[in-house]
Design a protein around this ligand. Structure first.
Ligand code: ATP
Ligand code: MG
Length: 559
C-alpha cells in the first residue's frame, strides 16, 4: 500500500501537481477546465490529447469541464465545423454535460471589459496602420516606440471606441490597444492590439458587431467568465502568459484563471497541420477530411480506431513541457492491444485463388463451428460453411516452393484453419502462366483441423468457401508521406507523398457472416490484420473494409 502511494505521487504530471497545490492552498474550491477549439477545421489527434487531458483532469479532481467554441474571429469560422467537432468530442468520450459555450456570446462583456480598461487609462485608440504598428513595435533586442496616440484622454478614447463600435471607421483605420509597456522585453506586452475594426458578418452574431476582440484579449475573458481555473494551452502561448495575467488582473476578476502550457503532440510520418491536410483534400489526393490515411479524429474513427485506443495512446504519451514526436507505431500498438480480445477473428481472403478438394463429395457442404476469438471465449462461436471449392490467398501456394516455405505446394500437406488437413496435388494455369486453380485432397479424419494420428503439418492457412463467399473490397494503407524522405520536401516545403499509401483489393472474398457487418464494425481477419467496415462506401451488395493495422509490429512499449 505504501509503495503504491509513492508510485502515485511520482507519476503525477506537472499539471496535476499544480492543481493539487492550488486545491490544497484553497486557491480554488473546485477546478474547471475547458477545451476551446476554433471552429475552423476538423479536430486531429493532437486535439484529442488536449480534450482528454482537460476532461480527464476535471474527472480526476471532481471538477467541471467546459466545451467552448472559440469563435471570435469571423474570417475563418464555419458552422459546419461546430457539428463535426461536437461529434468527435462525444465519440472520444469527453462529456461536457450542459456546459457548452460560445465565446461569441460574450462579445458584450468583452466590449464592457475594453471600456473598463479605457476608463482605467489602460487602453487607447490608435490610428497607426498595421504596418506602422509593426515598425513601432521594436525587436527582440530593441525596445519599441510609443504610439503618438498613446496619450489620448479617457474621454476621447471612450468616444472613439464607441464610434469604432458604431461602424464609423473603415477596417484597418483604428484599433484599440492595451497600454502596457513599449520597453518590455516581452514583445507581446508592447501595447498589444486588443480590438480591431472588421466589417464582417459573424456566424453567430450576424452584423451586430463590426469590431472584434483579438485572441489574447478575448481568451482570458472567456476563461474568467466561465469560472475556468486552469486554462491549459500549448507551448507557443508561453510568452503570451504575461498578457493573459495582465488582462485578468486589470479586469479585477475575483478568482482569476491561470494559464498552463504543455507541449503539443506530434506524430512521426503523418500530416497534422490544417494547411497541409486542406491541400491534400483540395488536390484530391485524399478522399476528404476523414480519409483513413489522415489523423483527424474523423479519419481515425473511419479507419477503425476505438476511443479506448486513443485514450490509451494519449495516456502513454504523457504530458510534458518539451516538444517531441511520438512514433506512429505507438498508436498502432494501442489499437492492436485494444482489439486483440474484443474483435471477432474471421476469415477473409484478400487476393483469392481457387482451391478444389477433388475427393470431397460433389454437392456436399457442411457447417463448421469456429470460436470467434480463441483467446476470449466470451465472444462465443459461429458456424462457417465449408465445401468442395474454396478460396485461399494466392501467396499461400507456390508451384515451386522457396526454401522454408511451409504452405501449399504440390505434395505438401497443410491445415485449413478450423477445417481439415489437405494435401496439394496439382494446379491449373492460364496462357500467361498464372495459377487459376489449385487441386488437393483432404483427410476426412482431420475434421476441425485436428491431426487424426499424431502426424504434424507445418502450415496453417485460412480460406473461404466459394459457394457462400461474400465479395468485398479491402483497402490497405501505408503512411501518406514517404518515411524515408521525411514529411516535407526540404526545397519547396511540399509534402513527400508515398505513392503506395492506398492499395485497393477490389475482389476479396469473406465469410458470409461478414456480409451482415455494419459501418464501424471491427474484426480481425486472421493473418491479415484488423479491419473496420467503411462508413461511406459500404453497400448492401458489397462491404468495404479498411485495414486499421496489420497484426505484427516491431514496436515495443518499453524497449
Ligand atoms: P492546428 O492548427 O494544429 O489545427 P490549433 O491550435 O489551431 O491547431 P485550436 O482549435 O486553436 O487548434 O486548438 C484547440 C485546442 O487544442 C487548443 O487548446 C490547443 O492548444 C490544442 N491543440 C492544438 N493542437 C494540439 C496538439 N498538436 N497537441 C495538443 N494540443 C493541441
Ligand atoms: Mg488555432
Amino acid at each position: 500500500m505504501e509503495n503504491e502511494t509513492v508510485k502515485e505521487t511520482v507519476s503525477k504530471n506537472f499539471i496535476e501537481q499544480i492543481i493539487e497545490k492550488d486545491l490544497a492552498e484553497g486557491k480554488y474550491e473546485e477546478i474547471c477546465t475547458r477545451f476551446p477549439p476554433e471552429p475552423n477545421g476538423y479536430l486531429h489527434i493532437g486535439h484529442a490529447k488536449s480534450i482528454l487531458l482537460n476532461y480527464g483532469l476535471a474527472q480526476k479532481y471532481h471538477g467541471k469541464f467546459n466545451m467552448r467554441f472559440d469563435d471570435t474571429n469571423p474570417t475563418k469560422e464555419r458552422v459546419e465545423f461546430v457539428e463535426s467537432i461536437k461529434e468527435d468530442i462525444k465519440w472520444l468520450g469527453a462529456d461536457w454535460g450542459d456546459r457548452l459555450y460560445f465565446a461569441s456570446d460574450y462579445f458584450d462583456q468583452m466590449y464592457e471589459a475594453a471600456v473598463k480598461l479605457i476608463k482605467k487609462g489602460k487602453a487607447f485608440v490608435c490610428d497607426l496602420s498595421a504596418e506602422e504598428i509593426r515598425e513601432y513595435r521594436g525587436t527582440l533586442t530593441e525596445p519599441g516606440k510609443e504610439s503618438p496616440y498613446r496619450n489620448r484622454s479617457v474621454e476621447e478614447n471612450l468616444e472613439l471606441f464607441e464610434k469604432m463600435k458604431n461602424g464609423e471607421f473603415e477596417d484597418g483605420t483604428k484599433v484599440l490597444r492595451a497600454k502596457i509597456d513599449m520597453a518590455s522585453p516581452n514583445i507581446n506586452m508592447r501595447d498589444p492590439v486588443i480590438y480591431r475594426v472588421a466589417h464582417m458578418t459573424h456566424h453567430n452574431t450576424g452584423d451586430k458587431w463590426c469590431i472584434y476582440p483579438m485572441y489574447d484579449f478575448a481568451h482570458p475573458i472567456e476563461d474568467a467568465i466561465e469560472g475556468v481555473t486552469h486554462s491549459i494551452c500549448t507551448l507557443e502561448f508561453e510568452y503570451h502568459r504575461p498578457l493573459y495575467d495582465w488582462v485578468v488582473t486589470e479586469l479585477e476578476y475575483p478568482h482569476p484563471p491561470k494559464q498552463i502550457e504543455f507541449a503539443k503532440l506530434y506524430l512521426t510520418n503523418v500530416v497534422t497541420g490544417k494547411r497541409y491536410i486542406k491541400k491534400l483534400v483540395e488536390d484530391g489526393i485524399v478522399d476528404g477530411w476523414d480519409d483513413p490515411r489522415l489523423v483527424s479524429i474523423a479519419a481515425l474513427r473511419r479507419r477503425g480506431f476505438t476511443p479506448e485506443s486513443i485514450q490509451k495512446f494519449v495516456e502513454l504519451c504523457g504530458v510534458s513541457k518539451a516538444n517531441s514526436s511520438v512514433d506512429y507505431a505507438m498508436l498502432e500498438y494501442c489499437i492492436r492491444e485494444d482489439l486483440k480480445m474484443k474483435a471477432p477473428r474471421m476469415m477473409a481472403v484478400l487476393d483469392p485463388v481457387k482451391l478444389v478438394i477433388d475427393n470431397y463429395p460433389e454437392g456436399q457442404t457442411e457447417e463448421l463451428e469456429v470460436p470467434n476469438n480463441m483467446e476470449n471465449p466470451e465472444l462465443g462461436s459461429r458456424m462457417v460453411p465449408f465445401g468442395k471449392e474454396l478460396y485461399i490467398e494466392r501467396e499461400d501456394f507456390m508451384e515451386v516452393p522457396v526454401k522454408k516455405y511451409k504452405r501449399l505446394y504440390p505434395g505438401n500437406e497443410v491445415r485449413l484453419m478450423n477445417a481439415y488437413f489437405v494435401t496439394c496435388t496439382s494446379c491449373e494455369k492460364d496462357q500467361d502462366g498464372n495459377v487459376t486453380v489449385i487441386h488437393c485432397t483432404y483427410d476426412p479424419a482431420s475434421k476441425g483441423g485436428n491431426s487424426p494420428d499424431g502426424r504434424k503439418v507445418k502450415g496453417t492457412i485460412h480460406w473461404v468457401c466459394a459457394q457462400t463467399a461474400v465479395e468485398a473490397e479491402c483497402r490497405l494503407y501505408e503512411n501518406i508521406v514517404d518515411e524515408e524522405k521525411g514529411v516535407y520536401n526540404k526545397e519547396d516545403g511540399s509534402l513527400n507523398l508515398n505513392p503506395n499509401s492506398l492499395t485497393l483489393m477490389e475482389k476479396c472474398y469473406v465469410e458470409p457472416e461478414l456480409g451482415k457487418a455494419q459501418p464501424y464494425d471491427r474484426f480481425q481477419f486472421v493473418r491479415n490484420g484488423f479491419f473496420c467496415v467503411d462508413c461511406h462506401d459500404t453497400t448492401s451488395e458489397k462491404p468495404v473494409f479498411n485495414r486499421i493495422v496489420s497484426l505484427k509490429s516491431s514496436f515495443k512499449l518499453n524497449p
